[in-house]
Structures are given as structure tokens and as C-alpha cells.
Design a protein around this ligand. Structure first.
Ligand SMILES: *[C@@H]1O[C@H](CO)[C@@H](O)[C@H](O)[C@H]1NC(C)=O
Ligand SMILES: *[C@@H]1O[C@H](CO)[C@@H](O)[C@H](O)[C@H]1NC(C)=O
Ligand SMILES: *[C@@H]1O[C@H](CO)[C@@H](O)[C@H](O)[C@H]1NC(C)=O
Ligand SMILES: *[C@@H]1O[C@H](CO)[C@@H](O)[C@H](O)[C@H]1NC(C)=O
Ligand SMILES: *[C@@H]1O[C@H](CO)[C@@H](O)[C@H](O)[C@H]1NC(C)=O
Ligand SMILES: *[C@@H]1O[C@H](CO)[C@@H](O)[C@H](O)[C@H]1NC(C)=O
Length: 554
């Protein structure tokens, strides 16, 4: 051969990788349900954020006793996030005597002598700064490292959030005077009016408690939005719902009325424990189906209504030992990939200086480990990596609309190396492109090959006669996450993966009732995509192979 295909591949892949790191034109605005970059024909920008906690008793961003601030900022990007939801307590901006307490004094008051030593070792320039300046320095670090930020008013009085009776839950609660809140929001918005990477403000986290009232929600959230926009017209204004940000259903009947447009985003929270132990005690298909339905009614409908929805808190115990969380995660991944929405995971912190009376508390939901050195669980990060990138959106498409077949339990997609190798799971960036036709066949885009079952326990194959039942695929079970077909003698099978990640078909498992059975290996989601990503080189190789096929392999 005069030239070598395999030597071209790395180049083509490299070109794709570089494309992803282009800087975003800021500020951001909205275009229907999408958040988009600045300028004519703004491109979709997908916020994949991590929550960085800065609202606890010490009132300083967590982790600074463990690692230098710029190291943390860079690590956030290394882990595939492009954004931080940085939390703050309102009183940091409305109580001057709190704002002027030094980091050292604040830690000392809580008896955190070790943390003071840690600051002296890792961030000596912070230790004698007033708390407000320390917050500004964290923002400055994220800004110079090109990490986008959403500033989140998590609570009023510093401390762990949230409960119904903590006095921070709703307008009129002991620590939640609406006028003080509006002043604080204006101050935050003004303070960062020229910080480019401050792209959004979450006006108030998890409204809750006995005083909740929809008409008061409209009154103050609209005021808050106006105050922020007047002080800083660049930022996205992000509104949280009621009941711990699980309920925005009232927007179905009444729109938010604002004097400005293209800046409004809604946020919602969804954890495994949001539904108590349902995941563990129920059949995962039925629970996933029921809860996704509920989420769509309470907040997901906003996408269809033409608003961006930011899932500003979700997450799991990353030790992988919490079955309730594990089952929730697979369902969440399928839904997040399908809706392709913006999100912020809880949380960055591997440990806290001081939380709920405990010194140095470890955070098993944290993406970093206890000493903030490394990722707590790199396989978890790999699993969520496909939802860190957009599948679609304005200005992004570099190929025609197609489907990818996503496997939420692994975070991988159905892929083929060539026509001559079995279908396997692989990186979604190199996913095979499919059409899902009216006749429910899954054909490889640009070819006549369709996905077929060859029987129970057999590898799925690609065939050319696509009219019989073995080429028809239907999303079944309450979760709609089983992709089912029928062999030619009528046996119902479901798409599955074997121990080597080959795509096979097996008897459908755990469809109903059985609570002890986890169907996740059989969960697949057919997802809309317009991204060609790295799969293109393989398609090109295939095209060449197909045209040379007879000579090379015949
Ligand atoms: C303001 O902050 C100071 C210092 O933390 C505190 O002692 C005081 O109670 C706060 N005042 C209000 C009104 O919250
Ligand atoms: C930003 O706020 C400062 C006050 O802190 C004000 O002087 C300035 O005009 C504001 N800039 C913009 C672009 O609004
Ligand atoms: C909600 O607040 C409005 C306005 O203050 C009041 O008229 C209404 O009675 C309240 N509703 C409930 C259920 O408390
Ligand atoms: C990482 O998470 C996976 C599940 O997501 C789990 O199986 C594994 O045990 C975890 N590893 C560690 C080191 O916690
Ligand atoms: C269909 O064929 C499989 C073997 O491929 C066999 O195990 C199964 O019993 C057959 N089903 C029917 C309904 O004939
Ligand atoms: C996927 O695309 C189809 C066809 O364009 C559309 O009808 C459907 O609503 C899309 N689904 C999602 C979740 O965006």
C-alpha cells in the first residue's frame, strides 16, 4: 500500500479533539430550550458543571486547605467539566461584619487549626483575606482558567442546607427577608459584572417549607430576576422551583413575566434519595418509568415549552455501594442523554472543613477524593463523560441528524470497528450512526445494513434483508429502556451486552415486579444526535473498505 489508513486515523481523531476545546463566545443567552454563545447565530453551549460548595459555616470555598486554588480550577477542566456552580450564603454579601472576617478568624472560631495549617501550605495568600475577598479570589481563579460559573445563592445564614424549618426556606422565614435578598443579589450581580466567566446566577436554592406560596414565588422571583438583570445584563437568570426545587409545574399555567428576554433558565434537582428508597425497593423499570414521568410533569415539560432546564443538583454515592443510587443513576443517565440538558453534579468536594458539626467530613458524593488530589472514582467520571458533551443544538451540527444507541449502565454507545467485526460498546464520541425508521428498523446511516437478532444468547448482527421480525426493534418495559425484537420463530429477545461488551440478544429480564433484579445491562436509549465527532474517520474507512472490500478481504 502506498499510504496507510491506520496512520491517518490519529490525525483525524486529533482534529476532532481540538475542536472541542475552542473557547466559548460569552456572554451566554438562550435560544428556545438551548443555552447559546454570544453573537449572531450563537452556538449551543452545554453547561456541564460541578457544584463547588462555599456556603458552609466557614464561609470559604471548600478544599483550599488541601490544594492550591488554580490546581483545583484546572482539575475541574481535566475532569471534563466546563463550569462550576459556586454556592454562597446570602449574608456574605449583606452583612459587612461577616464579609470582613478573615479566613483565619473564620476557621479559628470553628476550631479548625489543621485547616489553617493547610491554607498556609496550599493557599498562603488567602489566609488573611476577608471572606468576601476570598470568594472573589476563587471566582478570579476560575475566570482566568476559563471555567464558566453559575453563582448560586444556596442559603442566607452560612451552614449546611436544607431543611423545612431552618429559617432559610421561603420568603418571610426568619433568615429570608425578601428585601435583604434583593439587595444581596444586586450586590453579587454588580460585583461580577465584568467577570466574563460568570455566566449565570441561581437566584435561590431549594425553596421549601411551610410558607411556600406560588403567588409569592412569582412576586419575588420576578423582582429578583429584574434586579439581577439591571445590575448585570450579561448573566443568565436561573430560577428554582418549590419543594426543594422538585416542582416547577405551576409554570405550565402561568409564564414568568420579565421585561427582558433570552436570559431565563429554570433549574431543578433530582437525586436518588428524592424518592426515598423507591429505587431499591421497587422494580427498576417501573420506578424509572414512573419517576421520569413525574419529572417531565414537574420540570421536564419546560424543555418542550422552549426554556432551558438546568439540573443544578444530581449525583450519587461514588463508592458504588448504594443500590438505590446505582439504579437511579442508570435511569438518570438515560434521561439526561436523551434530553441532552444542562446540569451541575453534586459535588466537587471530597471533604469539608466542617459540616453539620463534623470536622473534615468526607463527602462520598464528591468527584474528588478526601484530600482533593485525585478523582474519587475515575470509572464514574468516565461513565458520565458522554453527557458532558452536547449531542445536538443550534450551530453545532456537523453532520445530518441521526441516532446513537446509548447504554446508560456503562456510559458507552453501540459501535462497530468495521463491517467484519461484531457490534460492541465503545466511546459515544465514536458511536455508530443509525436511522430509526417508521418500521422500527435500526439501519446504519448511509447503508442498507440493519440491526438483527440471531436468537437468544447470540451476537446481534447486521443484515441486508430488513423486513422480518428479527429486524424490528421496539422500546418496551415501563422504563422504555429495553430494546426488544423477535426471532423469526417468535421468541422475544432484548438487546444486551456480554462480558466482553459485545452486543448480544437475550431473554428480556426484570421487566416488572421483581425488585431484586437489576435490568441495567439491557437498558439502551436511542438518542438524537447531530454530532459527527470521532466516528467519522471510521465511517470513511468503512466506505473505503466497502469499495475495496472484494480485493482486500475476498
Ligand atoms: C453579621 O455577621 C456577624 C459576624 O459573623 C455576626 O456576629 C452577626 O450576627 C451578623 N448579623 C446579622 C444581622 O446576621
Ligand atoms: C459594573 O459595576 C460597577 C460598580 O461596581 C459600575 O461602576 C460599572 O459601570 C458596572 N459596569 C457595567 C458594564 O455595568
Ligand atoms: C399566597 O399568598 C397570597 C398573597 O399574599 C395570598 O393571597 C394567598 O392566600 C396565599 N395562599 C396560600 C395557600 O397561603
Ligand atoms: C466506582 O464506581 C463504580 C460504579 O459506578 C463502582 O462499581 C466501583 O466500585 C467504584 N470504585 C471505587 C474505587 O469506589
Ligand atoms: C425458537 O428457536 C429457539 C432456538 O433458536 C428455541 O430455543 C425456541 O424454543 C424456539 N421457539 C419457538 C416458539 O419455537
Ligand atoms: C428526536 O428527534 C425526533 C425527530 O426529529 C423528534 O420527534 C423527537 O422529539 C426528538 N427527541 C428528543 C428527546 O429530542
Amino acid at each position: 500500500m502506498g499510504w496507510n489508513l491506520s496512520s491517518l486515523l490519529p490525525l483525524l481523531l486529533l482534529a476532532t479533539v481540538f475542536h472541542h476545546h475552542s473557547t466559548v463566545a460569552l456572554p451566554l443567552s438562550t435560544n428556545s430550550r438551548w443555552i447559546v454563545s454570544d453573537g449572531e447565530g450563537g452556538e449551543r453551549v452545554k453547561l456541564s458543571c460541578v457544584n463547588w460548595v462555599s456556603h458552609l459555616d466557614a464561609v470559604v470555598a471548600e478544599g483550599l486547605s488541601k490544594q492550591p486554588v488554580d490546581v483545583i480550577s484546572k482539575k475541574i477542566l481535566d475532569m471534563g467539566f466546563n463550569c462550576v456552580r459556586l454556592t454562597y450564603p446570602l449574608f456574605l454579601f449583606t452583612n459587612d461584619s461577616l464579609a470582613s472576617v478573615s479566613v483565619r478568624q473564620s476557621l479559628k472560631k470553628l476550631g479548625l487549626i489543621e485547616s489553617i495549617a493547610g491554607f498556609q501550605a496550599n493557599n498562603p495568600s488567602f489566609i488573611d483575606l476577608p471572606l468576601i475577598k476570598a470568594f472573589q479570589e476563587v471566582v478570579a481563579s476560575l475566570d482566568r482558567n476559563n471555567v464558566m460559573m453559575v453563582l448560586d445563592n444556596q442559603i442566607s445564614k452560612p451552614g449546611w442546607c436544607c431543611s423545612d424549618f431552618d429559617g432559610n426556606g421561603f420568603f418571610g422565614d426568619r433568615y429570608f427577608d425578601p428585601d435583604v435578598w434583593l439587595k444581596g443579589l444586586a450586590k453579587v450581580a454588580t460585583m461580577f459584572n465584568s467577570t466574563k466567566n460568570v455566566v449565570g446566577m441561581s437566584l435561590r436554592n431549594e425553596l421549601r417549607g411551610p410558607k411556600q406560596n406560588v403567588s409569592i414565588w412569582y412576586r419575588y422571583m420576578q423582582k429578583g430576576a429584574e434586579v439581577v438583570h439591571a445590575a448585570n445584563p450579561n448573566v443568565l437568570v436561573i430560577l428554582s422551583g418549590l419543594s426543594y426545587d422538585k416542582d416547577l409545574s405551576f409554570i405550565q399555567t402561568q409564564d414568568v413575566s420579565l421585561t427582558f428576554s433570552n436570559k431565563l433558565v429554570f433549574e431543578a434537582h433530582w437525586y436518588g434519595f428524592s424518592n426515598s428508597e423507591e429505587w431499591e425497593t421497587g422494580n427498576p423499570n417501573q420506578v424509572c418509568g414512573r419517576i421520569v414521568d413525574n419529572i417531565m410533569q414537574k420540570s421536564g415539560f419546560l424543555l418542550e415549552k422552549g426554556y432551558p432546564l438546568f439540573i443544578s443538583e444530581w449525583g450519587v454515592d461514588q463508592r458504588g455501594t448504594n443500590e438505590n443510587d446505582n439504579r437511579y443513576l442508570n435511569c438518570f443517565m438515560a434521561w439526561a442523554a436523551d434530553t441532552d440538558l444542562d446540569w451541575a453534579i453534586w459535588t466537587l468536594a471530597g471533604s469539608y472543613y466542617f459540616r453539620e458539626g463534623v470536622v473534615g467530613m468526607e463527602e462520598f458524593y464528591g468527584v474528588l477524593n478526601w484530600d482533593w488530589c485525585e478523582a474519587r472514582n475515575s470509572s464514574f467520571l468516565k461513565k458520565i463523560s458522554p453527557i458532558q458533551s452536547p449531542f445536538q443544538g443550534p450551530g453545532l451540527s456537523n453532520t445530518r441528524p441521526h441516532k446513537v444507541i446509548f447504554h446508560p449502565a456503562t456510559g458507552l454507545c453501540v459501535q462497530r470497528q468495521s463491517l467484519f467485526k461484531p457490534l460492541t460498546l465503545g466511546a459515544c464520541a465514536e458511536a455508530e450512526h443509525w436511522d430509526y425508521t417508521q418500521k422500527q428498523t435500526l439501519t446504519i446511516k448511509g447503508t442498507y445494513y440493519c440491526l438483527q437478532t440471531d436468537g437468544v444468547g447470540k451476537k446481534a448482527k447486521l443484515g441486508l434483508i430488513c423486513t422480518d421480525s428479527s429486524s424490528k426493534w421496539e422500546a418496551i418495559s415501563a422504563s422504555k429502556l429495553h430494546l426488544s425484537s423477535k426471532t423469526n420463530n417468535g421468541t422475544v429477545v432484548c438487546l444486551d451486552v456480554d462480558s466482553e461488551n459485545n452486543i448480544v440478544t437475550n431473554n428480556c429480564r426484570c421487566l416488572t415486579n421483581d425488585n431484586g433484579c437489576d435490568p441495567a445491562s439491557q437498558w439502551f436509549k436511542i438518542i438524537n444526535s447531530t454530532m459527527s465527532a470521532a466516528s467519522e474517520p471510521y465511517s470513511r474507512v468503512d466506505a473505503i473498505l466497502q469499495s475495496l472490500g472484494a480485493n482486500l478481504f475476498g
